[in-house]
Design a protein around this ligand. Structure first.
Ligand code: SF4
Length: 652
């Protein structure tokens, strides 16, 4: 049956909303496939506005991986702003995809990628606008399977009531495996309805279906155990890991946005995973092991992607891009290759100890010399040992001195406040570090116009990290500590006016903490906040702490637990954590030992360069660390057939 486009009805609303272009679709490299020629259809959502959602690499990759397959179709949908939401409700226009403006309810699978928990209320808005019941239990065979992925899905319990299933880890192969199961079930005439389909997915051991697990609680509110309640459903659900990134050179044809977005560049993920072992970093822990894309693979992706898009900047993405074993050759090779085209290169995340000035010079060669940003994360040497961020102040000052000596004038430093065991003194040392940076800059350059900006975020303990047991600092204590730092910086006559100070108050961190370490009882809170008008919680102008606290009071009434219980309470070794049945590969005992090491200020090395220290991931997931150097050269890239779309050979 053909599915009608809602565009004619939507079009009439667009003159009355802000930035209507974001709802129109038809971007360069977008795809619209014949609905009837496909038997498995995915609607993919990044649950935020177009300007944030469109550049999301995860969605872009899955969109292409699925659309490349015959008989499979994928379209994108983003959160609509409240002005359009109101009109859609008024006029009965459902949540739609931007590609062919098809109603989301008509698809087989509605996949949402959550990089942060603050997108949960946007999911509920989209479900409701789509005409899909909010509670998974109320859905029928007419509704799509609602599937969550992304880093937040490593603890999907707070949204267990609203999703049908979740996938943890890399999505490329996983979406194809799910497609095959959906296809077979449809071809057989949908035996057993959606219950049977979900059971088939759950039995693979790689798809978490909350309805097949019962949670039992202890009288004190902690979880007693999580038990499968259907035959053949495994006790634990495994993470997916793609081993050879060169086999997955996506996106090949990146989307070029129609409206302004947060990034407008060609992005290439140069490696996945990180074993630096920063204890606060959930992304590093859950994406182990390190898997590098080869230097030739990177060169081919950049060449093809630039041709396909016309972008003038290439972002070399990863959790710590300067750690790629061949980063020097990659940066130099790309800067040489694209000198004439003035293609700029950027490394969105750089560690102080992996940074060197040759690399920085290569990166800035074809573009602007913008400021340098480093993330020491902790102000004192002691707290950096606690978090395992092995950067000494000496390293930082030396790096910065070299940068100033080479013409940079602006340095930004990122820190966190509220780290486990932190005291006021640890945070006050952030100011001392900034002063030392400026002093060194003045010494090296002989000039006084040296600036250093410190930017500080509140620390939120995350699942599957050694800090998953840690108490979170309350919003009041975070604010008080940061006020002391601000006063000490402002009171410094010599350096105060050269130090920029940016920080967020502690309240959003408490909501993020509640959602990230929450269990199924938090579903009622999310629903209460949504019903009270909660939307776009990642946006300062929409976020309301009071709304969340009111929602928590309502949602948690009668449970015996509250916001503090989920956030500022320290957990013990024996406690069953809400996400224990989702297997990230990390051994829970290893995480606990690492937590004890943190308390004793003991550091742990990076297993890329030292023997394996048994975090559990490689044996558990049947994976290995995969790094170079390969000895290959990136460029020159020799295009032997000028007429072809893609480069045919890479010179070695
Ligand atoms: S299992 Fe060993 S080699 Fe693999 S990520 Fe963990 S520590 Fe590193």
């Amino acid at each position: 049956m053909p599915v009608e486009s809602v565009f004619p009805r939507l079009e009439a609303l667009l003159p009355h909303v802000q930035k209507p272009i974001q709802y129109v679709g038809g971007e360069l490299n977008s795809t619209v496939k014949d609905w009837d020629a496909c038997d498995v259809r995915w609607a993919l959502m990044y649950p935020d506005a177009y300007e944030v959602g469109l550049p999301n690499q995860g969605v872009m990759i899955l969109y292409e991986v699925l659309n490349e397959r015959e008989g499979v179709l994928a379209e994108r949908t983003y959160s609509v702003w409240p002005d359009l939401e109101a009109l859609m409700r008024e006029q009965g226009v459902p949540q739609f995809t931007v590609d062919a403006h098809r109603p989301v309810k008509a698809f087989d699978v509605f996949g949402l990628s959550f990089s942060t928990e603050l997108g949960y209320t946007n999911m509920l808005t989209a479900l409701d606008l789509a005409g899909i019941p909010l509670a998974a239990a109320d859905r029928t065979d007419e509704d799509p399977i609602v599937l969550a992925g992304g880093h937040a899905a490593f603890n999907p319990e707070p949204v267990a009531e609203f999703i049908d299933c979740a996938v943890v880890g890399d999505g490329e192969q996983a979406v194809l495996d799910i497609t095959a199961i959906v296809r077979a079930w449809k071809a057989e005439g949908r035996p057993g309805g959606r219950e049977e389909l979900l059971l088939r997915l759950a039995k693979t051991g790689g798809v978490y279906v909350p309805r097949f697990y019962d949670v039992e609680y202890l009288p004190d509110g902690r979880i007693a155990r999580v038990v499968p309640n259907a035959p053949g459903v495994p006790w634990r659900v495994s993470k997916h890991t793609v081993m050879d990134l060169d086999e997955w050179p996506y996106p090949k044809q990146p989307l070029v946005p129609l409206a302004e977005t947060v990034h407008e560049r060609m992005s290439v993920e140069i490696f996945r995973g990180c074993t630096r072992g920063c204890r606060f970093c959930q992304a590093g822990m859950i994406t182990r092991p390190v898997r590098e894309r080869s230097i030739t693979g990177i060169g081919e992706m950049v060449e093809r992607g630039l041709k396909a898009t016309g972008f003038e900047e290439v972002g070399l993405l990863s959790l710590s891009s300067a750690d790629h074993t061949e980063i020097g050759d990659i940066a130099k090779g790309l800067a040489d290759r694209y000198t004439e085209d003035k293609i700029g290169l950027s490394l969105p995340s750089t560690r102080v100890d992996a940074f060197n000035i040759d690399l920085a010079n290569e990166l800035s060669r074809n573009g602007r010399r913008s400021g340098l940003t480093f993330a020491p994360e902790g102000g004192s040497e002691r707290i950096r040992k606690v978090i395992n961020k092995m950067v000494s102040e000496e390293d930082l000052i030396n790096t910065v001195a070299t940068a100033y000596g080479n013409g940079w004038r602006q340095v930004k430093l990122y820190f966190m406040c509220g780290l486990p065991t932190e005291t006021d003194d640890d945070v006050l040392q952030i100011g001392t570090m900034a002063k030392n940076v400026i002093q060194k800059g003045r010494e090296v350059t002989g000039q006084n116009d040296i600036r250093c900006t410190v930017s500080i975020g509140g620390f939120v303990p995350k699942p599957h990290t050694p800090f998953q047991w840690a108490p979170q600092l309350s919003a009041e204590d975070t604010d008080a500590r940061l006020a002391k730092l601000r006063d000490s910086i402002r009171g410094d006559r010599k350096y105060g006016k050269n130090i920029g100070f940016r920080y967020h108050d502690g309240k959003p961190g408490i909501v993020e903490g509640l959602l990230s370490r929450g269990d199924r009882r938090i579903g009622a809170v999310i629903r209460a906040v949504y019903e009270d008008g909660g939307r776009f919680d990642g946006w300062r102008e929409y976020f309301s702490y009071d709304r969340w606290m009111a929602g928590a009071e309502k949602g948690l009434a009668g449970t015996g637990v509250d916001v503090a219980w989920y956030t500022t309470r320290e957990r013990g070794y024996e406690e069953v954590l809400p996400w224990d049945h989702l297997d990230s590969g990390l051994d829970k005992d290893w995480l606990w030992e690492d937590w004890q090491d943190a308390l004793e200020e003991v550091e742990v090395d990076d297993c890329r360069w030292t023997p394996c220290f048994d975090c559990g991931v490689c044996p558990q997931m049947d994976t290995t660390i995969q790094i170079g150097p390969t000895g290959k050269k990136l460029l020159p890239l020799t295009v032997v057939n000028q007429g072809a779309d893609q480069p045919k050979g890479a010179g070695v």
